[in-house]
Design a protein around this ligand. Structure first.
Ligand SMILES: [Zn+2]
Length: 219
């Protein structure tokens, strides 16, 4: 995903964010000055060098340095499939808010567990545990899978309004820690386990019924 160029430091510093995915997962990088002003096309392959990894507010990102290079590569062999989940994830980040999808974070209390389901998801990293359809991954057509789950959270805003948002295993692990599921784990078991870890203060957004980029608020 490619953000619009915004100007920082009293309008003197152009900044552009790129949402990136590869076989290992999702990340983002902020480019500055001339690099920010390059034209980028979504769903193409770029090679970025001279960056280092940093975790900021629960999100992994790449940080540029004076030797950073960012250029197109015409090697589609390394191209990862962009899933709907990837797009929603990036749209949930404030860096890409220029496209009009999102504003800033909202604070919520996770006040209940509305529903849960345990299912087989594709075990290829780039597919982020996409739900298998009749034993086949709709994204990569792979047939190997592992158990994963999704959970519908009841989220209370500060004004008392209740909203619901679906989150996936990775978000649950971030918020509540590792939860093991087995073939004989029922959705009720999973919900009961989670209920004991409530309430929990989080921030993030809800978009189309999905909770996006939920992070625990650490007091
Ligand atoms: Zn797959």
């Amino acid at each position: 995903m490619v953000s619009d160029v915004t100007l920082k430091r009293d309008g003197t510093l152009p900044v552009r964010c790129l949402g990136l995915i590869d076989h290992s997962g999702r990340t983002k990088v902020a480019l500055f000055s001339q690099q920010a002003q390059q034209q980028f096309v979504e769903n193409t392959v770029v090679e970025i060098s001279g960056v280092y990894k940093k975790t900021w507010q629960g999100e992994d990102q790449l940080v540029t340095s004076t030797v950073t290079k960012c250029q197109f590569v015409s090697d589609d062999a390394v191209k990862s499939n962009v899933t709907e989940e990837d797009v929603k994830y990036f749209e949930g980040l404030t860096d890409f808010g220029g496209s009009g999808h999102q504003q800033g974070d909202t604070k919520f209390t996770v006040s209940g567990i509305e529903d849960a389901s345990i299912y087989h998801g594709c075990d290829y990293d780039g597919c982020h545990k996409k739900k298998m359809a009749d034993g086949v991954c709709p994204t990569c057509s792979g047939t190997t899978s592992l158990l994963t789950y999704r959970v519908k959270l009841e989220l209370m805003k500060e004004d008392g309004q209740i909203l619901y948002g679906v989150v996936f295993e990775k978000d649950i692990v971030n918020l509540f820690g590792q939860i093991d599921v087995a073939e004989d784990t029922t959705h009720v078991d999973l919900m009961s386990t989670l209920v004991y870890r409530l309430p929990c203060q989080v921030k993030g957004n809800i978009l189309n019924g999905k909770a996006i980029n939920l992070r625990k608020i650490v007091e």
